[in-house]
Ligand binder design. Structure first.
Ligand SMILES: [Zn+2]
Length: 173
């Protein structure tokens, strides 16, 4: 083996080594299409039930939306046009999620808010179903599907939490 071929062998080994390191560091992440944001792990409350248990305590419409990622027909929920002061809670676990103070008229036929009550009561997940990339919003306590969040909302956040009214219960102040 002359000097040049030794050099080439070492260079080859270094290349393999750094590729392995890069893979270990960044890893293949493509298998995950759901991205959890770390803030939601701060929520200490947790409600978990089986599908059969949820079915017992929810109406068929509530079950289809919150546990099966359904969407209610626009303008079908009276909460879409509700202007009373109070708190909107998760229909499944009763966690307070939104305040009427942050509700706005979006014209979509779904209850719309520009921010949740607290950052850790909801979680945002990337939803690539139906040929669109949207951000799904779930209750952080019980994983109920609530709706989606879009970046075309009003100030101060610029966000539009587009919720299914059937996934919420309203507690008047
Ligand atoms: Zn919940």
């Amino acid at each position: 083996m002359n000097r040049q071929s030794i050099f080439q062998s070492i260079a080859g080994l270094l290349l393999i080594g750094s590729t392995a390191l890069a893979l270990a560091a960044f890893g293949p992440t493509s298998h995950r299409n759901v991205i959890e944001k770390p803030s939601l792990r701060a929520n200490p409350r947790r409600v978990e039930k089986t599908e059969a248990e949820w079915k017992k305590i929810l109406t068929p419409d509530q079950f289809a939306v919150t546990r099966k990622q359904g969407t209610e027909r626009p303008y079908s929920s009276p909460l879409a046009s509700n202007h009373e002061h109070g708190t909107y809670r998760c229909i499944c676990c009763h966690e307070p999620l939104f305040s009427s103070d942050t509700k706005f008229e979006s014209g979509t036929g779904w209850p719309s808010f520009y921010t949740p009550l607290h950052k850790n009561v909801i979680k945002d997940l990337t939803d690539a179903s139906h040929g669109m990339v949207r951000t799904e919003v779930q209750c952080a306590v019980c994983d109920a599907h609530l709706g989606h969040v879009f970046e075309d909302g009003p100030a101060p956040t610029g966000l539009r939490y587009c919720m299914n009214g059937v996934a919420l219960e309203f507690i008047k102040k």
